[in-house]
Design a protein around this ligand. Structure first.
Ligand SMILES: [Zn+2]
Length: 170
């Protein structure tokens, strides 16, 4: 039985009584859900619930003024498209999306689409400087070579290190 924490009272599945007593409680799933053993105050029926902690909804404010929900999957699919051919896995992109979400949460849950893009870039830069450059060229919409070169200089040290490690692997 999975119960969202926002649901409030948990009814007894046997008799429908709304007063139940928690007899045991332990966290499951890295603290995002709690497993509770409950007993009904009316019929004494015992049952177990998995109660999920409601997370703060993350909202992304677009430049156009519209607001959408933060969508991890959108970040992952954007990265998959931008990072073709790079030695990065879907798990890497999911990790980036999760970290960006955590960052957004620590910002209070309301961020701009620009903030999201930069946060993704920041994570990607640490993971794979070459993929970072490629994503940056798409995301930031570099319209001339000078922009691209300026960005390339900023991460020159990082990408040289990456190139060196790639060469070492061959
Ligand atoms: Zn009951």
């Amino acid at each position: 039985m999975i119960v969202s924490a926002s649901v409030g009272r948990v009814r007894c599945p046997a008799c429908g009584e709304s007063e139940t007593k928690v007899v045991d409680s332990r966290s499951a799933d890295e603290e995002t859900s709690v497993r509770r053993r409950r007993s009904c105050t009316d019929c004494d029926h015992r049952f177990t619930t998995f109660e999920r902690v409601e997370e703060v909804p993350l909202r992304v404010h677009k430049r156009s003024g519209s607001v959408t929900d933060f969508d991890e999957e959108k970040i992952v699919s954007g990265l998959i498209a931008a990072c073709k051919g790079r030695p990065l896995t879907r798990a890497d992109f999911e990790q980036i999306a999760v970290r960006v979400g955590e960052g957004a949460r620590s910002e209070g849950g309301d961020v701009t689409s620009e903030w999201v893009g930069l946060a993704v870039l920041e994570q990607l830069r640490e993971m794979d400087p070459v993929a970072y450059l490629r994503f940056a060229s798409v995301y930031k919409g570099f319209d001339n070579l000078a922009d691209f070169e300026r960005e390339a200089r900023l991460i020159k040290v990082d990408s040289e290190a990456a190139a060196a490690s790639e060469a070492a692997e061959v």
